[in-house]
Design a protein around this ligand. Structure first.
Ligand SMILES: Nc1ncnc2c1ncn2[C@@H]1O[C@H](COP(=O)(O)OP(=O)(O)OP(=O)(O)O)[C@@H](O)[C@H]1O
Ligand SMILES: [Mg+2]
Ligand SMILES: [Zn+2]
Length: 493
């Protein structure tokens, strides 16, 4: 049966544990000197060696012939523990056994002597998941632990553990493992497993594992499986969903040239290639961070610091939005357009707002009287006249106008309806509204195209299909609602 690399390569002695020397040294000393505590608390992020060290410790305290604090790995006890058949080593997953009754039954059990080993060792994983009642019951055991019992509590979240418990344990903080240590381990595993790996690929995997050895080995496993044991940088990138450096650079250049359609094409491209867009965003930020440093050091002079900071700000917002679950592709498109079209993120008052406001107030807008309609009476957008037939032609026209490519891309799957003097755009892509709201040139251009094709001047608005009743009651509210849903900040005075 195939065994995952990270399981197969679980360290079996303290000396085999990577990057946690500050811990393994102390534990070995305790074994050698026989000064053993009854409760240990292992804290640290995922896959850094907590469970592994707990198991090694369980072996070492019970080993019949320990060597320099390490378990021998040869005696009956070591072998039994290694094969996970030792009755005296009890692993408890507190995530699924977190009730007070679980701890009570443990309390009844601990008083009995171990069957074979010197110490019965309880390894409690995810200990922060215990309920308040369970922690209280557990505290009672910790207050007077039987001589033959050792508890090793492991957690990724120290702050969820009561201080009364923490104070009764010897604490060990597991560090994130350095890239260098991870690379070293990957090389060793590859050598023994007869996997070829490019140094650049090992470096990339280590970077993505972010200090966790389990993750690093899992990624290696995945790469080796899909590349027939020949892990190249290009393959690793593909499996990790990482864009090529080229794409990052091209994207950054397009931003600096204010070429939003170029950016959108790259976003399309990486999306097609299943690149992880969050990671792409990160790589673009890293790129501009380097530009910032070069600029600060005066080794680069073609771009102002103000502009770089603006770019980083916008990217940061997208990064956060994507991290918290927003549509990644759309977020990147919005960022690109904001940056290329010089859209103010403050949301200056736009003609679209004015149009909506004027519907309410029925006054003539002060600016650009040539391009804006005479005041529309509120009633006129009450009923919807139906699909706006020429929309297809208008999109075609947008597509063929180079300066309107971004607008076209954001509108290409849209529909439109006519309602009195309004063309109501039905688009799932909120980028379209963002563009129209923030860019008067786009609004004017599209209105002119509509005018050329229909011979009439229309105003633009968002369409709200799912709520016709509301449209009837208060069309203004419905429009504003839709606009807000699409991230357009509309203010009604
Ligand atoms: N410090 C390390 N040295 C060598 N290998 C390690 C180390 N840490 C983790 N590993 C590898 O990752 C696997 C999982 O490690 P382990 O179960 O000890 O992590 P953990 O810290 O308990 O993680 P979790 O918080 O997810 O329980 C091991 O089987 C081993 O392959
Ligand atoms: Mg663990
Ligand atoms: Zn042994």
């Amino acid at each position: 049966m195939y065994q995952a690399l990270y399981r197969k390569w679980r360290p079996q002695t303290f000396d085999d544990v990577v990057g946690q020397e500050h811990i393994t040294k102390t534990l070995k000393n305790e074994i050698e000197s026989g000064k053993i505590s009854h409760a240990y608390l292992f804290i640290g992020s995922r896959g850094t060696g907590k469970t592994s060290c707990a198991k090694i410790f369980a072996k070492a305290v019970n080993c019949l012939a320990p060597k320099g604090g390490n378990p021998c790995g040869e005696c009956d006890i070591c072998k039994e523990i290694q094969s996970e058949s030792a009755l005296d080593i009890v692993e408890i997953d507190a995530a699924s056994n977190n009730g007070v009754e679980n701890i009570r039954s443990m309390r009844e059990e601990v008083v009995f002597s171990p069957t074979k080993c010197k110490y019965r060792v309880y390894i409690v994983d995810e200990v922060h998941m215990l309920s308040a009642g369970a922690f209280n019951a557990f505290l009672k055991i910790l207050e007077e632990p039987p001589e033959h019992v050792i508890f090793i509590l492991a957690t990724t979240e120290l702050h969820k553990i009561p201080a009364t418990i923490i104070s009764r344990c010897q604490r060990f903080n597991f560090k994130r493992i350095s890239s260098a240590d991870i690379i070293e381990r990957l090389k060793l595993v590859c050598k023994k497993e007869k996997i070829k790996i490019e140094p650049k690929a090992a470096k990339l995997i280590a970077k993505c594992a972010d200090g966790g050895m389990r993750d690093a080995l899992s990624i290696l496993d995945q790469c080796a499986n899909s590349c027939e044991n020949n892990v190249t940088f290009e393959n690793a990138k593909k499996i990790l969903g990482i864009s090529s450096g080229d794409q990052t650079e091209k994207f950054a250049e397009n931003i600096l040239e204010n070429n939003s359609s170029g950016c959108i094409e790259i976003i399309d491209e990486i999306h097609q290639e299943s690149v992880n867009i969050l990671k792409f965003c990160e790589s673009v930020m890293e790129y501009f961070r380097n530009v910032m440093i070069e600029t600060v050091n005066k080794s680069r002079k073609d771009i102002s610091l103000k502009r770089i900071l603006e770019i980083l700000d916008v990217l940061q917002v997208s990064y956060q939005n994507i991290s918290s679950g927003a549509n990644a592709k759309l977020e990147m498109e919005i960022a690109a357009v904001k940056l290329c079209e010089n859209v103010s993120t403050q949301g200056s008052k736009s003609v679209t707002d004015t149009e909506i406001n004027n519907t309410k107030k029925e006054i003539t807008p002060p600016q650009s009287p040539k391009t804006v309609n005479p005041p529309v009476k509120k009633m006129e957008i009450k009923t919807e006249d139906g699909t706006f037939e020429p929309w297809g032609k208008i999109l075609e026209e947008l597509k063929n106008t180079k300066t309107l490519k971004s607008l076209y891309i954001s509108l290409r799957d849209s529909n439109a309806y006519k309602s009195g003097n309004y063309i109501l755009i039905d688009s799932k892509n909120s980028l379209a509204f963002e563009l129209l709201r923030n860019n008067s040139e786009y609004r004017i251009a599209i209105k002119n195209i509509i005018k050329n094709i229909t011979g009439r001047q229309y105003s633009l608005g968002p369409y709200k299909p799912e709520n016709k009743e509301k449209t009837k009651d208060d069309p203004l509210e419905a429009l504003v609602d839709k606009a807000r849903k699409n991230g357009i900040d509309v203010t009604l005075n």
